[in-house]
Design a protein around this ligand. Structure first.
Ligand code: ZN
Length: 149
């Protein structure tokens, strides 16, 4: 997916949640989309200036990052107590329910699971970059079948 088609997708999502179009948000997304790496707010501010000649205050950068994170468009990485790094998340879903009987795969999009994975990792001094989680069991149809038998 190129950035313009990705951004169309995001724009629809932002509009749905009542956010107006913002050039700051556009450039922050573009930067994160093109770098595809974890960046902190300072790095984002610097790169916006360097690459697009966009001067955006640090508080605006934080404000936009919060909006984007709340919409699950970014994954975050805690680097210090008060400091996080942000990376574009174009996949949205990383958790799956897998049925052992019919092999159906159901995608989950759970923020709390994501947060737990980060917390567990950081408690072991582990820097989490990515993860996949598969939960095994029986889907609704299969567990009904089991009951009927
Ligand atoms: Zn099943």
């Amino acid at each position: 997916m190129d950035f313009s088609s990705y951004f169309l997708h995001v724009k629809a999502l932002l509009n749905q949640f009542g956010y107006k179009n913002s050039m700051k948000r556009f450039y922050i997304l573009k930067l994160l989309y093109e770098t595809k790496d974890f960046l902190d707010a300072d790095e984002i501010q610097l790169l916006l200036k360097k690459i697009y000649n966009e001067k955006i205050s640090l508080s605006s950068v934080y404000k936009e990052l919060n909006i984007l994170r709340n919409l699950n468009l970014l994954s975050t990485l805690q680097i210090e107590e008060q400091k996080q790094k942000y990376k574009i998340d174009t996949t949205f879903k990383k958790e799956y329910l897998i049925c052992l009987k019919c092999n159906k795969v159901i995608e989950l999009d759970s923020n709390s699971l994501r947060q737990s994975a980060k917390q567990v990792s950081s408690s072991k001094g582990f820097e989490l970059l990515d993860y996949k989680l598969s939960l095994y069991g029986y889907c609704e149809d299969c567990s009904k079948e089991c009951e009927d038998e």
